[in-house]
Design a protein around this ligand. Structure first.
Ligand code: ADP
Ligand code: MG
Length: 716
């Protein structure tokens, strides 16, 4: 009872206060006025005190550190120096005119240079006096100087004594109106000092005390005017947590609403198809991870919930089989399934694997791709409508409106990142009640990011490879090592193994790449001549049927070397291939390299990946290659990839607004994201409508956020 009153009183009070000051229009801030307010609104998008409070610095300059002049190196962003002015002089004429002062400390001397404001600066620089100087070094031939540094006499210690100085982003226009970083800092400082118990708390008492969070107002004060490094850290923590917390809360609420709205087909029978296959056809024991995932899928589909699940598993972890088992469950419950793959080669391969598995089980399966003949299509269309066909495998061709089912119950999408959101939603329209959806991907997105970006998907992970797989040994070789690489290929082929040689395909320069591929093929053919050796070639300019023929030749072991562009990147399965040579490996992205490497190491023989490059490598290319050599772990590689490229780039979701965070970083702060999500989820489980008094503040803030950004990110 007591607590109830306390919370009630507290929240009510803070709400009243919030109406008082932070919603005040920006022109009423001291030092702003109507003219500057215009610029602040237009250029920085800040209309109220609250907006300014939420305009966080993007970094801080540490003013507690004093550098020695001799230690200045080009890498330093800003330096603070203490020393004596030994000489002041003017040089140049008219527009080239400049003021030069020489500052000396115990370690050396440096030039301070002014091109502007000379009249104003000069009288303040007194030879023989001690100064504190702050600025950004620039390199001038072999030495450094500071252009337009801040400076003050050492004793006064007044304006530049703060040890951590915030740096704000600004625009060119704002800059020229005095609203550069420093100008903004002045405003935030004056605002922060004027505020006293007027910023409402946005998190409940339970949350702030569990997470040991600094109160909101104090955090805002510290983020703009840090009292010391430790408090700043706490403030950042508090604001990051809050950002993640409301992000997750919102996602989770959407998910709950969607689950309530969307009821799925109930597949509660595990029947003859599944059991026959499992007992008599399955050529190996499922891995523990596969069993767990199948159970998760059964749980989803068996309960009346609409399944919308992302299945992540490294290349070769056995996702296809999990997909097949799910489709057999659909069949046992009287429903049809489809499996969609991004390329014709992959769809064809899925088809032949699955068709072979299903021989003699009575379950029917067909393949539909862009190159299916009209007569074949007609039969498929009819069999789909009559219900004769249980499983349809194919490419984008499956999305066409003419492809209609009698009773589609499950849609599986392989290698999800190749398909857009639109395509995914098209699959939903193939039945009046949307079919269950299973999305399989070998691009392991770090869990915290996945659960945020695909907030509406449940996630399963196969984190275990089938037994007997050996690590693929990866090396980096330069062009000059080519003879050695050929020798190595020769040895492997002599042992009966097969080799991939892959060339990059970059769309903009398709022509050039094609030439590279052909040159490579020719030199390979010279080195590995007929009749002893047979080569296959596959590239984007070939007809689908020809590609397919070449792939089959290689898969059957009729050819020993497959020269290809990245068309073989996804999914292709030839267990006897043990060597993957990647030409111009520096031109590939990390996840692509990892995918390509996953084409080998699929059988019982030791496998190798050889990354070929020239000597000239950019720094990120070097990091990518090193990462590949060091690690076989798809998740580790994905994290590195995210660091190199950023999440928006990888997921193509920059526009969604979800990744649009003010202070948090979904990758670097992934632990905190998970904590925030767990806490948000606990709260929603106890109080789905956030109706309890103890969650009053949270509900208020959530409503406020929704009001401000109503169309916020649905991407899946
Ligand atoms: P992914 O699609 O996840 O890259 P696949 O489904 O293509 O992997 O499987 C890769 C290979 O591993 C296939 O040859 C498949 O037959 C085999 N495989 C799958 N599961 C198992 C298992 N539990 N034990 C042994 N081999 C397996
Ligand atoms: Mg696969």
């Amino acid at each position: 009872m007591q607590e109830f009153f306390f919370v009630y009183f507290w929240s009510k009070q803070s709400l009243n206060m919030s109406q008082s000051i932070i919603s005040t229009s920006i022109e009423y801030l001291k030092g702003v006025g109507p003219k500057r307010a215009e610029i602040i609104k237009k250029e920085l998008g800040l209309f109220t005190f609250e907006h300014l409070l939420n305009y966080y610095p993007f970094r801080y300059i540490d003013r507690s550190k004093v550098h020695l002049i001799k230690d200045i190196s080009s890498t330093e962003i800003h330096v603070q120096l203490k020393g004596k002015i030994t000489r002041v002089t003017e040089a140049g004429e008219k527009r080239g005119k400049r003021l030069i002062a020489y500052l000396q400390d115990e370690s050396g001397s440096i030039e301070l240079v002014w091109f502007k404001g000379i009249k104003w600066v000069k009288p303040k620089l007194i030879v023989g006096k001690e100064y504190t100087v702050f600025g950004k070094p620039s390199q001038f031939s072999s030495s450094f100087n500071l252009v337009h540094p801040e400076f003050e006499e050492k004793q006064t210690n007044s304006t530049i004594q703060a040890s951590l100085q915030p740096v704000y982003s600004s625009t060119e226009k704002a800059n020229s109106s005095g609203l550069n970083s420093k100008g903004i800092a002045k405003l935030t400082k004056s605002l922060v000092l004027q505020i006293n118990s007027q910023v409402p708390e946005t998190l409940s008492h339970a949350v702030t005390s569990e997470m040991k969070l600094m109160p909101k107002e104090r955090a805002l004060r510290e983020i703009h005017v840090p009292s010391n490094a430790e408090n700043l850290k706490k403030a950042i923590f508090r604001l990051k947590f809050e950002e993640f917390f409301f992000l997750q809360l919102r996602l989770l609420k959407q998910k709950v609403i969607q689950e309530q709205k969307l009821r799925g087909f109930i597949f509660d029978t595990i029947g003859e198809s599944f059991n026959t296959f499992y007992k008599t056809k399955l050529p190996f024991e499922l891995t523990g991870a596969q069993k767990r995932v199948v159970k998760e899928i059964r749980n989803d589909m068996g309960t009346g919930k609409h399944m919308n699940r992302l299945l992540q598993g490294d290349v070769g972890s056995g996702k296809t089989l999990v997909g097949l088992l799910s489709m057999l469950i659909a069949k046992d419950n009287g429903f049809q399934s489809l499996l969609m793959a991004p390329t014709e080669i992959l769809a064809t391969q899925h088809y032949s694997t699955i068709a072979k598995y299903l021989e003699g089980t009575g379950v029917t399966v067909s393949l539909l791709t862009g190159s299916s003949k009209t007569s074949e299509r007609k039969i498929i269309h009819e069999q789909l409508l009559s219900g004769e066909l249980d499983i349809l495998i194919g490419t984008h061709a499956l999305l066409e409106d003419i492809v209609q089912f009698k009773n589609l119950g499950l849609s599986i999408i392989d290698e999800q990142h190749r398909f857009g959101v639109k395509q995914r939603s098209k699959l939903w329209e193939k039945n009046t009640i949307p079919p269950h959806v299973l999305v399989m991907t070998a691009t392991p997105i770090p869990r915290t990011l996945a659960m945020t970006v695909y907030g509406d998907l449940d996630i399963s992970v196969i984190d275990e490879l089938p037994p007997g797989r050996k690590e693929i040994s990866t090396t980096h070789k330069f062009d000059k090592d080519r003879l050695y690489v050929f020798k190595f290929m020769e040895k492997q082929i002599a042992e009966g193994r097969q080799v991939y040689v892959v060339y990059p395909l970059i769309e903009e320069s398709e022509h050039l790449d094609f030439k590279d591929l052909m040159d490579g093929y020719e030199s390979m053919a010279r080195r590995f001549p007929l009749p002893k050796y047979k080569l296959s070639i596959v590239h984007g300019k070939m007809k689908a049927a020809d590609k397919e023929y070449e792939m089959q030749q290689f898969a059957k072991g009729h050819t020993q070397i497959m020269v290809a562009t990245t068309v073989i990147e996804v999914g292709v399965n030839v267990p006897n291939a043990t060597v993957m040579v990647i030409e111009s490996a520096n031109k590939f992205g990390l996840s692509q390299l990892h995918q390509l490497r996953g084409r080998v190491g699929r059988g019982s023989d030791k496998s190798y990946c050889i990354l070929m490059t020239d000597y000239k490598l950019s720094e990120t290319a070097r990091t990518r290659i090193d990462t590949m050599v060091r690690s076989n772990d798809g998740f580790e590689i994905a994290e590195e990839d995210l660091k190199l490229r950023g999440p928006g780039d990888i997921l193509g979701t920059q526009q969604s607004g979800i990744l649009d965070l003010k202070i948090g970083d979904l990758i670097k702060d992934n632990k905190l994201v998970a904590t925030a999500r767990n806490l948000a989820s606990e709260i929603l489980i106890k109080d789905p409508g956030l109706e309890l008094q103890e969650n009053y503040l949270i509900r208020q803030q959530l409503a406020e956020l929704i009001r401000k950004k109503p169309n916020w990110g649905r991407i899946s």
